[in-house]
Design a binder for this molecule. Structure first.
Ligand SMILES: Cc1cc2nc3c(=O)[nH]c(=O)nc-3n(C[C@H](O)[C@H](O)[C@H](O)COP(=O)(O)OP(=O)(O)OC[C@H]3O[C@@H](n4cnc5c(N)ncnc54)[C@H](O)[C@@H]3O)c2cc1C
Length: 502
């Protein structure tokens, strides 16, 4: 992935090799564009990359994918990208793909909306109307988002009414039952929901994505970017790693290329940014873009970041579970939008990796919980190898606190942990280039649908955005963002037909 000459002029340069950047490169390459992807890191994939720690490969930002059953949306998208070739996906437990412990009460979400409705009706027999209304509201919201069904959008994203409805308020309007409200909201961590801001459509799309069906990648998540890399090369495109773009170069009002940290210049007619809009603005010299637009993108609030604990376990001693385990100390799954640092951690998400199609045991585990960037901001200007003992001590204390909470739920783990490593919001910032290491990019706010929205087009006619900051995060959200970005270059109905026929 290195060694291409900088003198070639490309049709499109994509800055960042996150999932959406790689998908744009495949689509545009297949449509005849000369495409170059520039990635600042040694490895491609953004949050889909995995890392090796003492002989074990840990996935960082992909624990499961939704809507992968035959005919479902992500299944069609993955077929188009040949992501079933050589990659095995394991269907999670259909009777409980996500297990929740919310304030001491346990729930196991079954897969499929009929099963989900039956399950809730059994738990809450007096709430059948609220449950039906909830399911209907999710279906209506998903149906009005045509692009999320791989249909041609009838109206732009912003015109959808669910943009301007608060998710929590809406859930509260469906039932007075405090427990059911929490159960409806239980998947909160996978969209970092903010009680006062998150719009209903984010909740509906994400819940629909995972409840429709949920799968794990067998082996590390890194296989997905690697497979896309092969598709890019097959289509004649190129990917260069260790190429940090430090400046967007202009010819008058239009972009003419990019400058990299090592001084290389790459020329292109169009540029797509696959990373955070505020960080993208930092690459544009003053005067080249309207101040108000720059300010709007720079001042965006992000979703929360996280702290991750990666455990190595003695092989053959800790059973694999075909579900995620979500623990909430309090009976409020929305607590994180106003969490108290002194009470941290009040939650964890435990991922059981499947390195085998039929695993019995795990030899490693990933545990993730919320963390605010402010908690690590005192080290933000120091390079990762110069943060000193204070940072090391911080990570150790946080790891021990998180582990103590985990051991309350899984005491058998106590003597099985052979080693661990951690990731903080600074790690996520450094790996994906978002200012606060946010888990899912910019935060959408139902009160300001327009101001919290990032469009594909920018104020520079030949600069575009793609990725999780656009419309929705997650593997499905960013795949859809790639389609919307490519719609600026190719015929969208034709592309959707190709995907639907894959
Ligand atoms: C802890 C965690 C767990 C998650 N779990 C799941 C899950 O289970 N299921 C799911 O569907 N989603 C999950 N997600 C979300 C999902 O991983 C992301 O939404 C998605 O991968 C983001 O893709 P992206 O295209 O926006 O690019 P990103 O992954 O944000 O990548 C951006 C890329 O741009 C590169 N870059 C930045 N600046 C520059 C520059 N100046 N020059 C060159 N390159 C640059 C970065 O190095 C990076 O490679 C998770 C996320 C996190 C953080």
């Amino acid at each position: 992935m290195a060694g291409l000459g900088a003198e070639i002029s490309y049709d499109v340069i994509i800055v960042g090799s996150g999932l959406a950047g790689l998908q744009c490169a495949v689509i545009l390459g297949r449509k005849g564009y000369r495409v170059l992807v520039l990635e600042k890191n040694e490895h491609i994939g953004g949050t889909l990359q995995s890392f090796e720690y003492k002989g074990v490969a840990f996935s960082t930002g992909l624990h499961y994918v939704g809507s992968l059953d035959d005919g479902q949306v992500l299944n069609r998208i993955f077929r188009y990208f040949n992501l079933f070739d050589g990659i095995i996906y394991k269907r999670m437990d259909e009777h409980g793909f996500d297990v929740f412990n919310i304030g001491g009460r346990k729930y196991a979400f079954p897969m499929g909306w009929a099963a989900f409705g039956n399950y809730l009706n059994t738990l809450f027999p007096d709430e059948t109307i609220a449950i039906q209304n909830y399911i209907t509201a999710v279906q209506i919201t998903v149906n009005e988002q045509e692009i999320f069904k791989l249909e041609i959008p009838l109206a732009v994203y912003l015109e959808k009414p669910s943009q301007a409805i608060n998710a929590w308020d809406f859930i509260c309007s469906l039932t007075q039952n405090p427990e059911l409200r929490q159960v409806f909201s239980a998947l909160n961590f996978v969209y970092a929901g903010d009680k006062n801001r998150t719009p209903w459509y984010v909740h509906a799309l994400i819940n629909h994505y995972f409840i429709s069906s949920s799968y794990r990648v067998v082996g590390s998540s890194n296989q997905i970017p690697q497979r896309l890399f092969q598709e890019i090369e097959k289509a004649g495109g190129h990917v260069l790693t260790n190429q940090k773009v430090t400046k967007l170069i202009f010819d008058g009002d239009l972009l003419s290329g990019v400058l990299c940290a090592d001084g290389k210049v790459f020329k292109a007619g169009k540029v797509i940014s696959n990373f955070h809009p505020a960080s993208t603005m930092n690459l544009i010299e003053p005067g080249k873009i309207k101040k108000s637009y720059r300010n709007r993108l720079e001042q965006k609030t992000d979703t929360l970041s996280c702290f991750a604990l990666y455990l190595k376990i003695e092989p053959g001693r800790f059973r694999y579970q075909n579900s995620n385990y979500n623990f909430y100390l309090q009976s409020d799954v929305w607590y994180a939008s106003s969490y108290n640092e002194n009470l941290w951690p009040e939650h964890f998400f435990m991922h059981f990796p499947s390195d085998d199609p039929h695993p019995q045991w795990v030899d490693h585990l990933s545990i993730v919980t919320h963390m605010n960037f402010e908690e690590v901001s005192r080290w933000k200007d120091l390079p990762s190898n110069a943060r000193g003992n204070g940072y090391k001590q911080f990570k150790k204390e946080k790891a021990e606190k998180l582990l103590a909470l985990v051991l309350l739920q899984f005491p058998e783990l106590e003597n099985l942990i052979t080693d661990y490593t951690t990731a903080t919001p600074l790690t996520f910032r450094d790996y994906v280039g978002s200012p606060t290491g946010s888990m899912y990019g910019t935060l959408r706010d139902y009160k300001y649908p327009l101001a919290s929205y990032v469009g594909v087009r920018t104020k520079i006619p030949n600069l575009y955005f793609t990725g999780q900051n656009l419309n929705l995060h997650g593997v499905m959200g960013v795949s859809i963002s790639a389609l919307l970005t490519c719609a600026e270059f190719v015929d969208l109905p034709e592309l959707l037909n190709e995907i639907n026929d894959s």
